[in-house]
Design a protein around this ligand. Sequence first.
Ligand code: PEP
Length: 250
Amino acid sequence: MRTPLIAGNWKMNLNLADASALAKAVKDSAAAYNDRDVLLYPTFLQLTQVAAILAGSKVSLGAQNCSAEKDGAFTGEISASQIKDAQAGYILIGHSERRHVLKETDAFLKQKVERVLEQGLMVMLCVGETLAERESGKAVEVVLGQLNAALSHLNGDEWRKIAIAYEPVWAIGTGKNATPEDAQAMHEAIRGRVAALNADIAPKIRILYGGSVKPDNIAAIMAKADVDGALVGGASLKAESFAELIRLAK
Ligand code: PEP
């Protein structure tokens, strides 16, 4: 019922030539499959070129962030409408590097969700607990609190524009990953909270897992009932490993 989605978050990596070559390779790898979706998040500066490469393919394009404001005097910022102009369909909101390194708050991220939805684009909201929060038994409370803060005000049409990525902060870029059982438990809790907010959307919403996903662990994680895909950092930067992840994402 839910089509698996494999998303590559390139972060602040790759120059234009490398990004173009990788986008072409991903386009070719994804072309072999009709039963799974693929999405790439290059840097802002590469969106236009990657959009041209992906045109006519079923690989979607997203931006890694957007401004919390619509437009105006916000030097260095990029708006959701400018991202839409660049042909991106998704915007990643609340990645842990933005929450924890750049100190973006729940209230600020809620504003960004609103900007994305105003443009009719898809939000991929990242949620996840730190190691200290997990060890103190607060993981579910923290994750559902992040979800509530960003999404609890949405109406039915807006919910159709949401995907969620559960990314435990301690697993991102560390080589550690949640066990499939821990990932399933959190995904089930997330889907349960979505059901309480919008019962119709809960069985349809895609909830991705992220945190050191690699070809050797994706199958066990994706085998879990509430895991609908993966948001991948490091392993999305090499054409071969990302092709393997697409192949294994059933
Ligand atoms: C990410 O950046 O969202 C991520 C999950 O990174 P990695 O796969 O490298 O842990």
